[in-house]
Design a protein around this ligand. Structure first.
Ligand code: ADP
Length: 476
């Protein structure tokens, strides 16, 4: 299982809530404690430096650095050192320790870096967290003949174990606080993640119900705007799918009906001739002629269906090449002229300008042939079909205009549907399958073109086709 699928949205929301709460809480408490340590040690250092300066003045005025019997320096220093739980050293210019309130290092030499720096006049301070103490060194300055001189260094250390103790106290309190926060966050995380993902869960259950056919209801979940939008889109999608399914079923039943009708006629013709043992040869010939016509009709329906299927395929490939449309139209007219002559319909082609366009010659010809053929078929003796070719800089236009029987207004929206015929019996009589305009429309759409129809019943029909001059493959 992929990590992505392992982490359900609920788990993700839960983890995010807990992390979003706990990480800032840890950062705030830890940095608070760190700041406390820094601040209290800085405060202590400042007050210890002030204290050390006072003491170094005192040592200087007592003259102790030159005469160790002067004043009761040891007692004073020991008292001050004890009050800090710390230690005080007095070091002379030879780096020898003259006084140590711990008595341990008296008489010894110290060249500790901070002492050396103070011997040059600097005040130093240090917070030693490991040994829990602050150490400050200050120079002892004395006036000699109106000139200030450094006679030694005062070293003072102060025990700061109380900082560590307070820090530990805060750390323990922070730990308890964080545990409590984590506990609250877990509860909030569980509740929120459930509440937030609940609509999705409901959605999944409803989709399952729709999928399994246990409900005909629409998806109706509107807890949030986003979920409501998905719900609406899903409903649109299912409606669309239902429509496609219905039209597919209708198509299949139409196909079987259209294929069965000629077969039924042939069966009737064959049965009736068979039931007449002494039927004359002329009757046989007539019946066989009728059967031949039915076979032609069946063949035409099958051929039209095949063309439609080829054009219907989602990825039907177009064989695009630059085609001289004027020449192509001349050729199509030539092919249809015999039919027009047979029906005594005048067929005229008018080319307003030379047009060369990128089209699939076979499929495009099929589309135009159907239009012109209809103009001839649904016409009366003495009628006309005018075909014109024109273009602008982007498109070329083909108009097929006839003065035939026309199409009633209520049928205009349906004539491009598969198997739709205005007058079923009349159309069958003149050899229509009801698929011609569906084929035309599909072929024009494949070229990213448009087809429009306008018609007046009893006066005639005009089809307008518009196709881009250059074929641009659409990126799906
Ligand atoms: P068919 O094979 O029956 O001609 P089409 O799809 O080509 O099928 O046309 C659908 C229907 O539209 C036809 O049955 C006819 O009733 C009507 N129709 C198409 N073209 C014309 C036209 N030029 N004039 C009148 N009616 C037409």
């Amino acid at each position: 299982m992929k990590l992505r699928t392992f982490f359900s949205l609920r788990k993700r929301i839960f983890i995010q809530i807990v992390l979003a709460g706990i990480i800032p809480a840890i950062i705030i408490t830890v940095s608070g404690i760190f700041l406390y340590v820094k601040r209290s040690s800085a405060n202590d250092i400042n007050s210890l430096i002030s204290e050390a300066k006072l003491m170094s003045n005192h040592v200087s005025t007592s003259g102790y650095m030159n005469d160790q019997t002067a004043g009761n320096m040891r007692e004073r220093m020991t008292a001050v050192g004890n009050s800090y739980s710390g230690r005080i050293l007095l070091i002379n210019t030879s780096y020898r320790i003259l006084l140590d309130t711990y008595y341990v290092d008296e008489g010894r030499i110290t060249v500790w870096e901070n002492v050396v720096r103070s011997m040059k006049g600097e005040i130093t301070s240090l917070y030693d967290e490991d040994n829990q103490c602050i150490i400050v060194t200050v120079p002892i300055r004395t006036l000699h003949d109106d000139k200030e001189r450094i006679d030694g260094v005062l070293f003072i250390s102060k025990n700061t174990s109380y900082i560590a103790q307070t820090k530990n106290f805060y750390l323990n309190a922070a730990f308890e606080f964080l545990i409590m926060i984590a506990f609250i966050l877990v509860i909030v995380g569980i509740i929120l993640s459930r509440v937030l993902t609940d609509p999705l869960k409901k959605m999944s259950v409803s989709i399952d119900a729709i999928k399994n056919g246990t409900t005909q209801d629409e998806l109706k979940i509107d807890e949030y705007k986003e979920v409501a939008e998905i719900s609406d889109k899903f409903n649109d999608f299912t409606t669309q799918m239902r429509m496609i399914d219905e039209s597919r079923q209708e198509f299949v039943s139409n196909v079987s009906h259209e294929l069965k009708t000629p077969l039924a006629s042939m069966k009737v013709l064959a049965d009736s001739i068979n039931s007449m043992p002494d039927a004359p040869v002329d009757l046989y010939k007539e019946f066989m002629g009728d059967i031949g016509e039915e076979i032609d009709r069946e063949t035409k329906t099958i051929n039209d269906l095949l063309s439609l299927v080829r054009l219907d395929k989602a990825n039907a490939t177009l064989n695009i090449s630059p085609v001289n449309i004027n020449e192509l139209m001349e050729l199509l007219m030539k092919r249809l002229r015999p039919l027009a002559e047979e029906k005594k319909v005048e067929l005229v082609l008018e080319s307003f300008r030379p047009v060369t366009a990128e089209v699939d010659e076979v499929k495009f010809s099929l589309a135009i042939m159907n239009l012109v053929e209809n103009g001839i078929k649904y016409n009366d003796e003495g009628g006309y079909v005018h075909v014109s070719v024109n273009s602008d800089h982007q498109f070329f236009f083909i108009r097929v205009e006839d003065n035939g029987m026309g199409i009633p207004d209520e049928s205009l929206d349906s004539i491009f549907e598969r198997f739709y015929r205005v007058d079923k019996s009349h159309s069958r009589e003149i050899g229509g399958t009801g698929l011609g305009l569906a084929i035309t429309k599909n072929a024009i759409l494949m070229h990213h073109g448009e087809i429009k129809v306008s018609s007046t019943l009893g006066e005639g029909t005009t089809f307008d086709v518009r196709v881009p001059l250059s074929y641009i493959e659409k990126v799906s």
